[in-house]
Design a protein around this ligand. Structure first.
Ligand code: HPA
Ligand code: ZN
Length: 339
């Protein structure tokens, strides 16, 4: 791993905690809870047949996540890996409906994750916030019920924002317009997935902007098909959370060119790991893959890292402090050798 990338202060905005469930942990939890066929839960193919192919295994592996302690261990393991990868701040997704549908209480999920966040914050970081995703292939009513269940945790400051994930086909942002309006009224920050290689992707991204009023879009790289859309994303300073190794394992390409093109056109594009236990790398690995493929300079790499702090939901003051930390790091870094 490149020392410059590893040491660079990084912010991760697109990581699903359930997607950090490494095979050994999935097998251990399944064994602990006596789940039949649990050994299979650890199996991870090298490539997936698109988003829906990935999601089947992703939901199956979660069966072992049952107790508060399981969620604690999951989040703690991710955060320790993220720390080793130079992450100083992360806004992390979780999928409550994938657990409540199996009879795991909402409180079990959130309490376990929250305790890990607190312990790791005291233990040297990273600092983190939590973003609750609704499953878009479930009904809008189910999302609305989940929103209500979350409100006590919103009130305590445990959940910062809401997002939308799972299978996009046939489930446009518009389906959730009312739920997201209610979430905004409850004080939540808003983001939504617009995955790559999906039907009607450009229309979905426009809906995110004009109908939902999101502040970020997860993935979103298909905006390049529409010049006016790219200009609008740049004008509104909407963050796009690209996930290169996810793109590679699902669709055979990092889409590194799309990342560099969007950055050149003034879009706040960022690099993230998505589901690192499935896609073969955490956030620094994603930086390294794009750096190698696109031949990025240290300046280019640092600029992408700064985009994430700018697209984060930190206060202006904390954002500025992290941006200065990146500048200081670059200024102090040893000069890179030839090649
Ligand atoms: N897209 C949609 N659903 C998901 C993803 C993703 O990137 N990761 C986990 N669930
Ligand atoms: Zn995702």
């Amino acid at each position: 791993m490149d020392d410059f990338i590893l040491g660079l202060p990084k912010c991760e905005l697109h990581v699903h905690l359930e997607g950090t469930l490494e095979p050994a942990m999935a097998r251990a939890f399944a064994a602990r809870h006596g789940i039949a066929g649990g050994a299979d839960l650890g199996e991870r193919p090298a490539t997936f047949s698109g988003l829906s192919g990935f999601l089947t295994g992703y939901y199956a592996a979660m069966q072992g996540l049952q107790t508060e302690e399981n969620f604690y261990e999951l989040a703690r393991a991710y955060l320790e890996t993220a720390r080793r990868q130079g992450v100083v701040y992360a806004e992390m997704f979780f999928d409550p409906q994938a657990h409540t549908a199996r009879g795991v209480p909402f409180d079990t999920v959130v309490s376990g994750i929250h305790r890990a966040q607190e312990d790791v914050r005291e233990d040297g970081g990273p600092d983190t916030a939590l973003v609750m995703c609704f499953l878009r292939d479930e009904s809008a009513e189910s999302a609305a019920e989940t929103l209500v269940a979350s409100l006590p945790y919103r009130a305590r400051g445990w959940i910062l924002g809401v997002g939308l994930d799972s299978d996009e086909r046939g489930h446009p942002p518009a389906k959730f317009a009312a739920v997201f309006a209610d979430a905004r009224a409850a004080g939540y920050r808003l983001t939504m997935h617009c995955d790559v290689r999906q039907e009607d992707s450009v229309a979905h991204i426009w809906q995110c902007l004009d109908l939902i009023g999101v502040e970020r879009i997860d993935h979103g790289l298909e905006c390049l098909a529409d010049t006016a859309l790219v200009e609008e994303l740049a004008r509104r300073r909407i963050g796009l959370t690209a996930c290169p190794l996810s793109n590679l394992r699902l669709y055979g390409t990092l889409m590194a060119d799309a990342v560099t093109e969007l950055a050149a056109r003034g879009v706040l594009v960022t690099l993230n790991s998505d589901d690192p236990a499935y896609f073969g790398g955490y956030v620094a690995d994603n930086f390294e893959a794009v750096r190698d493929e696109a031949g990025l300079s240290r300046g280019d790499v640092a600029r992408l890292a700064k985009h994430a702090f700018e697209a984060s939901w930190l206060t202006g003051e904390r954002t500025r402090a992290y941006l200065s930390a990146v500048d200081d790091y670059v200024a102090a870094a040893a000069p890179s050798g030839p090649g």
